[in-house]
Design a protein around this ligand. Structure first.
Ligand SMILES: Nc1ncnc2c1ncn2[C@@H]1O[C@H](COP(=O)(O)OP(=O)(O)OP(=O)(O)O)[C@@H](O)[C@H]1O
Length: 262
């Protein structure tokens, strides 16, 4: 078997906010992500999904355990690991092309080459006509595509997305999911995507990692054994929906029961 793109071994994370009780966000978390695999992280609010992405991105330290990407322990951020947030975090004063080229400048790519890569990537995400627009001249879906282009321009091996489509309307969200599957196939990157939407998880994932309520642990990992594009009328799709609804309801009930006994 090939080396995992991401290997998470016995990872824990404890936050110690100043003047407040420590928070055990994650506990003894272990799973691997294969090269080119699409993983969705699903779990109740506050179970540590975003925290896990930040640690894989190298933006936060683990409190215990190890995270390795392509066999190398993660100690700092790297262009090989892109992170996309719910709100496209583009620089409002730069054009879309300059936003995409920005990360390349940090990597010391020459200006002509930067522009070339930015144009090529923006064309790939369907924004070839928007190069000189500023972010606030674009719709929410377009801004999110530009944020994807900025991450893709760095040719990441791992792309992490934290509820990337949560702020979009239903139709735009469905289109963005199709778009994401297309760029995932084209780029060959592994994807880790956080969502609260069971349908988004079933539509996109190779495997869904379901978290327990805080402290987040792996409750179960469910491979989605359905051909793409996934058809929501398929009875097997419904079976997955029922399964995830039940798994999440258990965790939300458990979190409420614990709050009541505190
Ligand atoms: N910088 C921080 N300092 C202190 N505590 C934090 C910090 N970041 C997150 N936490 C706490 O860690 C826990 C996990 O947070 P995290 O945002 O990772 O969960 P999540 O599963 O992504 O939640 P949601 O689905 O609501 O976005 C929460 O209790 C949160 O309050």
């Amino acid at each position: 078997m090939s080396r995992p793109a991401v290997s998470i071994q016995s990872v824990s994370k404890r936050w110690t906010p100043e003047g407040r009780a420590p928070v055990q966000a994650l506990e003894d978390l272990s799973f691997d992500v294969a090269p080119g695999e699409f993983i969705v992280l699903l779990g109740p609010s506050g179970c540590g999904k975003s925290t896990l992405l930040y640690m894989i991105a190298g933006l936060e330290d683990v409190s215990g355990g190890t995270i390795a990407c392509d066999g190398e322990p993660v100690t700092e951020p790297s262009a090989e690991r892109g992170l996309i947030f719910q709100e496209a975090s583009l620089f409002p004063w730069l054009t879309i092309a300059d936003n995409v080229a920005f990360g390349l400048a940090v990597q010391h790519v020459q200006p002509v080459k930067r522009r070339e890569i930015a144009l090529e990537t923006l064309r790939r995400v369907g924004l070839g006509d928007m190069l000189d627009k500023k972010p606030d001249e674009l719709s929410g879906g377009m801004r999110q595509r530009a944020a994807c282009a900025r991450a893709l321009a760095m040719r990441p091996k791992v792309l992490m997305m934290d509820e990337p489509f949560a702020a979009l309307d239903v139709q735009t969200r469905a289109r963005m999911q199709d778009f994401l599957l297309q760029i995932w196939r084209d780029s060959g990157a592994s994807i880790l995507l956080v969502t609260h939407s069971i349908d988004e998880a079933i539509s996109l994932a190779d495997r869904v990692v379901v978290f327990t309520s805080r402290p987040g642990k792996v409750k179960t990992i469910v491979p989605i054994d359905l051909p793409r594009p996934r058809e929501s009328r398929d009875p097997r799709y419904h079976a997955y929906r029922d399964l995830f609804t039940e798994l999440l309801a258990d965790e939300v009930d458990r979190a409420f029961a614990e709050q009541e006994t505190v």
